[in-house]
Design a protein around this ligand. Structure first.
Ligand SMILES: Cc1ncc(COP(=O)(O)O)c(C=O)c1O
Length: 486
């Protein structure tokens, strides 16, 4: 029968008259072939139904299940976002208490709002470069010790910067209390295929795992997968929630892309991932020659290598597929490095922050891509001036080491409050935020609705602004912010 793309192509060639959606009617005579109208169909006879798969879509989901070794996999065309909303709602009731990593993506906060959840935050430390470190299982355990009514644990691993958490131990803690663990593995769809990887969430026993295929694998934007395993999560609940949060007109182009991506991994994944890891190794080794710029992966390796056995070194909690380049102790910010790479070298990176940038890689980067990035970095490095930043003068990212801002009311209550005033962020000490404030990417909130502004938060905002990092707020009027008024 062929894969989905072949079937769609055959269907086009059969020349059926489409008296149905979509309105482009595959009329390539009128519309041309720049966009893939030929294979863009709707859920017609013989092409299955994403929300009730029994045919070709079921086959793709079976393929995903086999490759990822899940109990059940659901393909998604609205990104990890819809998987996260559906996954969370499938196991909670309105108002439930949940453990949530504070460094969560906004989709998780949106789920908290929609379900009126009571989040108990688990706080990662922040390193000297402003990067969130791993979530500690011992911190999750402490929260369970104090709260007997937790219904779900929500962790992001790997993070945007590639930091992995010890999901296995976190799962062990939660499962002692029969509580499921949902892992936002949006950045980790590739991990299962990397050699020596020990921290992929399914392998570690997580109950619900959501992965964006489009972020780290060769798949079109918007494609993702939700996997489940174990008996704490019900397949029918996930299906029901997906029917709420996912479009009723799923793109066959996106579903074909998922199919193609999975087939490529099945047929050629071993070689592609071996080559990829060779290229990464080459990059990291060569990058050691940089004098002023530092690479996070190498810093972690240096630290881990100190007196540890080879076996231990392999198990570092880090995804080396993320190349995080640190500009701290140089005369430029991360944002400035990103600008130089774009303007002088035509290299577009994924994200820049005050002290670092993230370059994303995948099996689709060949040796030349890694060399091009390396050569640019080497040239830039030669021109940089070393500037030792005094740590004590620079303790601007101690947000999570200090306490979280005080919570005055639940997120949804603050967001829905009808009484509010607009104020400049500088005048907000002691006031309750009605908004999220975050840098996007990565979309992790500095403050959430219902939390009270304090000096520390205002400092953090100012430090982002000094580094020219664009901040956004829920109602888009930053630097003015809506605050709850009684
Ligand atoms: C950690 C994390 N989770 C979830 C998402 C949402 O993923 P998607 O864009 O596939 O909806 C993102 C997107 O940037 C993310 O960084």
């Amino acid at each position: 029968m062929g894969n989905l793309e072949e079937r769609l192509e055959n269907y086009f060639n059969e020349d059926y008259l489409p008296m149905h959606m979509p309105g482009h009617k595959r009329n390539i005579k009128l519309l041309g072939e720049k966009l893939p109208y030929r294979i863009d169909i709707t859920e017609i006879d013989g092409f299955d139904d994403l929300h009730h798969p029994e045919g070709i879509i079921k086959e793709i989901e079976e393929k995903a299940k086999k490759i990822y070794k899940s109990n059940k996999s659901f393909i998604l065309v609205n990104g990890s976002t819809c998987g996260i909303l559906a996954g969370i709602r499938s196991v909670v009731n309105y108002g439930d208490k949940v453990v949530v990593a504070r460094n969560s993506h906004k989709s998780i906060y949106n789920a908290i709002e929609l379900n009126g959840l009571n989040p108990i935050y688990v706080l990662p430390k922040i390193d000297k470069n402003g990067i969130n470190k791993e979530i500690k299982a011992s911190d999750v355990e402490t929260i369970f010790g104090k709260n007997r009514d937790i219904k779900l644990v929500i962790i992001t691993s790997p993070t945007y910067e590639g930091v992995l958490s010890d999901i296995k131990t976190i799962v062990n803690v939660a499962h002692k209390y029969k509580v499921p663990v949902l892992v936002d593995e949006a950045h980790g769809a590739h991990l299962n295929f990397m050699k020596n990887s020990n921290y992929e969430a399914l392998n570690c026993g997580a109950d619900i795992v959501i992965q964006s295929l489009h972020k780290t694998l060769p798949a079109l934007t918007g494609t993702a997968i939700l996997h489940i395993q174990g008996d704490l999560v019900k397949e029918e609940n996930i299906r029901r929630e997906l029917s709420i949060f996912e479009t009723s007109s799923p793109s066959y182009i996106l579903m074909s892309s998922i199919d193609e991506c999975l087939s490529l991994i099945e047929s050629n994944g071993k070689k592609l991932f071996l080559d990829y890891q060779e290229n990464l190794k080459y990059f990291y080794n060569e990058a050691r020659k940089l004098k002023k710029l530092k690479i996070l992966g190498n810093e972690i390796l240096n630290k881990n290598n100190n007196g540890k056995s080879k076996e231990k070194i392999r198990k570092e909690l880090y995804d080396f597929g993320k190349i995080v380049i640190i500009t701290k102790n140089t005369n430029i910010t991360g944002k400035e490095l990103a600008d130089i790479l774009r303007e002088d070298y035509k290299i577009e990176i994924e994200m820049s922050s005050t002290y670092y940038i993230i370059a994303m890689t995948s099996i689709c980067d060949n040796k030349e891509s890694f060399e091009r990035l390396l050569n640019a970095l080497k040239e830039i490095d030669l021109k940089l001036v070393e500037e030792k930043v005094k740590e004590e003068a620079n303790n601007d990212f101690t947000y999570y080491d200090v306490d979280l801002p005080r919570k005055a009311m639940p997120i949804n209550e603050a967001l829905n409050s009808k009484k509010f005033v607009l104020e400049n962020y500088k005048n907000l000490e002691g006031k309750i935020s009605k908004e999220y404030i975050f840098a996007y990417p990565p979309g992790i909130p500095i403050i959430t609705p219902g939390e009270v502004f304090d000096k520390n938060i205002i400092n953090i905002i100012e430090n982002y602004m000094k580094a020219n990092i664009e901040l956004r707020s829920t109602f888009d009027k930053f630097p003015n912010i809506e605050i709850v008024d009684f």
